[in-house]
Design a protein around this ligand. Structure first.
Ligand code: ADP
Ligand code: MG
Length: 291
């Protein structure tokens, strides 16, 4: 059975906006020494907005509408930002849609091949990105924007800059977690190293690994576990559900995907990092009460 003190912990947690799934969770959570954070939708609010469009080779409006036609079929914070910015029309037939995790999305739009994603995706699809374009990409990244490249029919047509902001309570919450005993904090992101570093600096996390695929994130956690660490992973389930599953404690954002909420051990119902601090503190208290 579940120890009574743990049940009390769960009850108290739920009232405070945290869902803790089962009595074992609290005693495992207490042992966690390493906390890993996803960036987009986790450390950031995950409601990014388009702030920049750079146009190359042809008409911007049609290219943007083609992109929106694709992105309206995709569930991703960046896709939402683009759809909100463009307002899709019904003029386009989208076929063969393929979401490439940690990369972007590809589809045929009115039988023309459209690729939407990051630099790694363009490299892999052998799309030529000129020096001028690369300079633009660096500028945007340094200005805290996530860059999305659009290639239509094999040629780069747009660079879209999208800005997401850190959750306001993150920095303070992470300071508290450090004081409570989390020794190591790491950001893992599918976004670029530069975009990761900007958010990490605000969050005061000094270890960042960018350009990661979902499997890379899970592999990173496995390595830590092989070295005897107990790991909590905090994510929203978009491209990080393998990590939520494999960590000793998977912590899902309440605004995250259904899969995240299902596979996690702890759910922050309102995506509030203050509740993450409270539940970690609670886990320590709950276990102590047992003796
Ligand atoms: P994170 O790990 O920070 O949560 P993701 O793994 O979800 O980020 O995405 C990694 C990168 O892949 C994004 O920064 C973006 O460049 C690209 N990408 C992913 N999905 C899309 C999409 N639907 N449209 C455009 N670009 C995308
Ligand atoms: Mg994410």
């Amino acid at each position: 059975g579940v120890p009574v003190s743990n049940v009390a912990g769960i009850g108290r947690g739920a009232k405070q906006g945290v869902l803790i799934k089962g009595g074992q969770v609290m005693s495992t959570f207490k042992k966690v020494d390493t906390m890993i954070f996803d960036k987009t939708g986790t450390l950031t609010v995950g409601r990014p907005a388009v702030t920049t469009v750079v146009n190359f080779n042809g008409e911007q409006k049609v290219a943007l509408e083609m992109v929106a036609a694709v992105e309206q079929k995709v569930s991703h914070p960046l896709a939402d930002a683009i759809v909100k910015f463009v307002a899709p029309t019904t003029d386009f037939m989208v076929n063969e849609l393929m979401v490439i995790k940690g990369r972007g999305v590809a589809a045929n739009v009115n039988k023309v091949k459209v690729l939407i994603g990051n630099q790694a995706m363009m490299r892999e699809q052998q799309i030529n990105v000129s020096e001028v374009m690369e300079k633009q990409l660096d500028n945007l990244s340094q200005n805290n924007q996530t860059v999305v490249i659009v290639a239509i029919d094999g040629v780069v047509r747009l660079i879209i800059g999208i800005k997401d902001v850190i959750r306001p309570e993150v920095a303070e919450s992470l300071i508290k977690l450090r004081k409570l005993g989390i020794k190591r904090m790491v950001m893992l992101t599918g976004d670029t190293q530069i975009s990761g570093e900007i958010i990490a600096k605000e969050a005061r996390i000094d270890e960042i690994h960018g350009n990661l695929l979902p499997a890379d994130k899970a592999e990173f956690i496995k390595q830590l576990q092989a070295n005897g660490h107990k790991v909590a992973f905090v994510g929203d389930g978009i491209n990080d559900s393998p990590s939520l599953k494999i960590a000793e404690i998977g912590i899902a954002m309440g605004n995250g995907t259904d899969v995240a909420i299902e596979t996690s051990d702890v759910v922050l119902l309102k995506s509030d990092f203050g509740k993450l601090v409270e539940s970690y503190r609670l886990s320590q208290r709950t276990v102590r009460n047992m003796y």
